[in-house]
Design a protein around this ligand. Structure first.
Ligand code: CA
Length: 218
């Protein structure tokens, strides 16, 4: 597993890199946010661990660019701030998880293991969540073995929820998944599709937490 570490603090960057290498990961460390996109575009990584507070472009700006370019990589943000707004900002920008400094190395390792496990299902042909099965090859959804008739956009939204099974997905990320289908998105588009999906699968299937997003439970 190869991890890209982005941290401008030399002391912290060096000790994190050493800890990750000791844990048997291949780790490349850059201390400049400007390099991140070109490095990600030229080298395959399994995970990005990125500080938010970087000189020049912030980690959040870089993260939005990564998601805009549809670079598919789990992202763990490191933040010195610990407010609800910062967490929501981070998740809205496409982060999968975040750690507030100072943190324990054991917790860093645990979060990394969870993210790598969660993303490893992405290479499977079938995804399972909450009684639903998505056949990724033919892009068909089954509920209790029965094929469900969905539009391409409904399937795209459902796929993102299934891929993040048990975890909230922000409205912004759901919107982005529709943008990739090349359509104009109205401000309430995600809500419209969610309510259609709820009609098909039942209201309790897709949970909503205000200001956080939507999820399907395991
Ligand atoms: Ca920093």
């Amino acid at each position: 597993m190869r991890i890209l570490l982005v941290e401008d603090d030399k002391h912290l960057g060096e000790s994190l890199r050493r800890a990750l290498v000791l844990a048997q990961y291949a780790c490349d460390w850059v201390n400049d946010g400007e390099q991140v996109l070109s490095v990600l575009n030229s080298t395959p990584f399994d995970l990005l661990v990125m500080d938010i507070g970087l000189p020049g472009r912030s980690g959040l700006e870089i993260l939005r660019e990564i998601r805009t370019q549809h670079i598919h990589i789990p992202v763990l943000l490191l933040t010195a701030r610990d407010t609800v707004e910062d967490k929501v900002d981070g998740l809205d920008s496409g982060a999968d998880d975040y750690l507030t400094k100072p943190f324990d190395l054991d917790e860093l390792h645990a979060r990394i293991r969870v993210l790598l496990r969660r993303y490893s299902v992405l290479d499977q042909n079938e995804l399972l969540c909450g009684g639903l099965r998505l056949d990724c090859k033919v892009r068909e959804v089954f509920q209790d073995g029965e094929l469900v008739d969905l539009t391409a956009t409904e399937t795209a939204i459902l796929e993102l929820l299934i891929r993040n099974c048990g975890h909230y997905v922000s409205t912004q990320r759901l919107e982005d998944s529709i943008y990739s289908w090349g359509r104009e998105v109205e401000s309430n588009t995600v809500q419209v599709y969610i309510s259609r999906l709820r009609k098909r699968f039942g209201n309790e299937m897709i949970e909503n937490k205000r200001g956080v997003g939507y999820r399907i439970q395991h």
